[in-house]
Write a protein that binds this ligand. Structure first.
Ligand SMILES: [Zn+2]
Length: 271
């Protein structure tokens, strides 16, 4: 049996692994969540398959002109992608002027959030060009934290959660953004996220989920795991009736200074 051409891409093994983890973590329930990877070049066998029916994108992304996007299909389940990534993922070419995309192979019905993914990749291309992967999923403990009234101020939520665990603090010295509620799947949510990723690697969507960027899908998932751990500790303490005090400010500062990350943290934290 001949192999599906998408398996020419080295990223396919990683996709299988990350989709499997998202399903096992219970973060991408049903067809929840989506992810994408930006590629600059393709193996020849794939470029030859490019179609000739460009589909306009609602917001042009000239920064991505000539790049390729591997993105999850609409209504696809993480657990199914883990089994057969070539059925869940679609490969698209972005026109040189960034005004349209053309389907190459795989799943030809991309997530409705593809315009958002494109806008976020365009922002990354400018600010952190080595970040080629975006993962959006629904970590429940993190979503629960967005319902806490004291966390209405995003900087308070970021500071309290990150001071639950020392390595999370070191891994996310830029904190994370928290966006107000937006209609799920809306371009408005995508554009607000594209703005937010310029400052930090994780964007939490109030009452919805989170999105992380990374050099790879694995790295983006790592970041979400680091952050989810802080929410887990927070809720464990709250459930036990303990009001979490967090790592003392002096200890946090000492650790951040020791790793040369204090200035990044001081830039956004409260007081
Ligand atoms: Zn979602």
């Amino acid at each position: 049996m001949t192999q599906h051409p998408l398996y020419e891409l080295p990223a396919m093994e990683e996709i299988r692994r990350v989709a499997s983890w998202l399903a096992r973590l219970g973060w991408s329930e049903g067809s929840g969540g989506n992810f994408s990877v930006r590629l600059d070049t393709l193996p020849e066998a794939l470029t030859a398959l490019a179609g000739d029916k460009p589909v306009p994108v609602p917001v042009a992304v000239p920064a991505l002109g000539g790049c390729y996007l591997l993105v999850t299909g609409t209504g696809t389940r993480a657990r199914d992608i883990a089994e057969a990534p070539h059925e869940g993922l679609g490969l698209f070419r972005i026109a040189p002027d960034g005004q349209s995309t053309t389907f190459i192979c795989g799943n030809d019905r991309p997530t409705s959030e593809m315009p958002s993914h494109l806008a976020i990749h365009a922002a990354l291309h400018e600010t952190r060009p080595d970040h080629r992967a975006i993962v959006h999923t629904h970590p429940p403990r993190l979503i629960a934290a967005t319902h806490v009234p004291e966390f209405e101020d995003p900087a308070v939520m970021a500071d309290v959660l990150l001071r639950m665990q020392s390595e999370a603090l070191l891994h996310l010295p830029d904190g994370f953004a928290v966006l107000p509620y937006h209609l799920p799947g809306s371009l408005e949510l995508g554009l607000a996220s594209a703005e937010a990723v310029r400052r930090c690697e994780v964007v939490v969507w109030r009452y919805h989920g989170a999105l992380a960027t990374g050099r790879s899908l694995d790295a983006a998932l790592d970041t979400l795991e680091d952050l989810d751990k802080t929410a887990e500790i927070y809720w464990t303490l709250r459930s036990a009736g303990v009001e979490p005090a967090g790592i003392p400010a002096e200890a946090a500062e000492q650790a951040l200074r020791a790793f040369g990350r204090w200035e990044r943290y001081a830039r956004w934290r409260k007081g």
